[in-house]
Design a binder for this molecule. Structure first.
Ligand code: ZN
Length: 130
C-alpha cells in the first residue's frame, strides 16, 4: 500500500518541512518498526533531510544551489526550468527513515524537507512502509 502526502508550494524555490505530516501518516499506519520510504514522483522537486531548528540553514542551501545552478543560464531544455531539473537531481527524489517504536528515527536537529524547485505547484510525496 502506498500512501500520499499532498504538498502545495507557494514559491518557485522553497523547502517545506513535512516531518510532522510524515510522522502523522506513520502513526495512522500503526507500524512500529521498519523503514519509511519517501519518494517524490516529480522531475523538478526533491526531498532531503537536514537541519530544521535554524531556518538559515534552509536558506543557505537554497541560495547555494541557486548559485551553483542559475535559473538564467542558456540550457538546451526549452521549457525554461532546466535549473529545476538539475537541482532535483542534485538533491535526489527519495529518502529512507528508520522507524523505531512507532517514531521516525531522526536526529535532534533533523527535519524532512520537500524541496520545490519549480513552484508554485501542487505536489505529492509517496510514502511506503517496509
Ligand atoms: Zn522541464
Amino acid at each position: 500500500m502506498v500512501r500520499y502526502i499532498n504538498v502545495k508550494s507557494k514559491s518557485r524555490i522553497e523547502f517545506i518541512d513535512v516531518t510532522e505530516i510524515v510522522q502523522s501518516v506513520l502513526k495512522e499506519s500503526g507500524i512500529k518498526d521498519g523503514v519509511c520510504c519517501l519518494y517524490v514522483p516529480h522531475t523538478t522537486a526533491g526531498i532531503t533531510i537536514n537541519e530544521g531548528a535554524d531556518p538559515s540553514v534552509q536558506r543557505d542551501i537554497l541560495n547555494t544551489l541557486s548559485k551553483l545552478v542559475p535559473h538564467d543560464l542558456s540550457y538546451f531544455h526549452r521549457e525554461g526550468n532546466a535549473d529545476a531539473h538539475i537541482k532535483s537531481t542534485i538533491v535526489g527524489n527519495s529518502v529512507n527513515v528508520i522507524v523505531d517504536e512507532g517514531k521516525l528515527l531522526l536526529g535532534t536537529w533533523q527535519s524532512i524537507f520537500f524541496c520545490e524547485f519549480d513552484g508554485p505547484r501542487h505536489r505529492r510525496i509517496a510514502v511506503k512502509f517496509l
